[in-house]
Write a protein that binds this ligand. Structure first.
Ligand code: BMP
Length: 207
């Protein structure tokens, strides 16, 4: 089982496609964020989906109708999953879940940056579970918070950023309860990205 979600935070079309082709067999999914989509349009999601599961990290944070419109665009372009904020409340989250159809919805309940305000994290986890999301985004480098979120979130899949460039350790995050780790710079800034992914998979005991 692959447990790496590759954060493809590059601008360039050719680089994005060539990294996707190169790494697709050795990662669980490719996470696409605004920088790539702003430069290339949403159709890049469909192109990358030819090689890998794609998670649209759009961190949706709007009223219900706008959330629905954004989610539908990701779905139209074959995204496998979508990331939404949940601090905007139940009505906004419901709109994403309902527009997502078969797409997996990941609700962000805390962040890897220590300046994130965690006062409402427990409420966000509870609400996300009640609204039947598929998974949560929780920090892989803030281990106590990750462990706490794991303890509250039953069978939900946890995907955890903050590994490598942001200081988190890959095995620490998995041991604290992450199902998948999100890794960007440590892979795409490496001179040999595929070799790097394979070595991380070896650390995790995955092939
Ligand atoms: P990197 O491994 O290069 O630090 O990339 C982490 C990725 O995860 C980035 O795409 C970032 O936007 C995302 N992310 C994060 O770093 N912290 C969070 O709390 C939530 C995120 O989505």
């Amino acid at each position: 089982m692959n447990r790496i979600i590759f954060a493809l935070d590059v601008y360039d079309y050719n680089e994005a496609l060539s990294l996707s082709r190169e790494l697709s067999n050795d990662v669980f999914a490719i996470k696409v964020n605004w920088p790539l989509v702003m430069n290339n349009g949403i159709s890049i999601v469909k192109e990358i989906s030819r090689y890998s599961n794609v998670i649209c990290d759009f961190k949706i944070a709007d009223i219900d109708n706008t959330n629905r419109l954004i989610t539908e665009k990701a779905r139209e372009n074959n995204a496998w999953g979508i990331i939404t904020h949940s601090f905007t409340g139940r009505r906004s989250l419901k709109a994403v879940v309902s527009a997502a159809g078969d797409m997996k919805v990941f609700s962000l309940v805390s962040m890897s940056q220590e300046s994130f305000i965690d006062n409402y994290t427990d409420d966000l986890v509870k609400m996300s579970m009640e609204e039947n999301v598929y998974g949560l985004v929780a920090p892989g480098n803030r281990i106590d918070i990750l462990r706490h979120i794991r303890s509250m979130s039953g069978d939900l899949k946890i995907i955890a950023p903050g590994i490598g460039a942001q200081g988190g350790g890959i095995t620490d995050a998995i041991m604290a309860g992450a199902d998948y780790v999100i890794i960007g710079r440590s892979i795409y800034s490496d001179p040999e990205p595929l070799k790097k992914v394979k070595s991380l998979n070896e650390i995790l005991g995955d092939d």
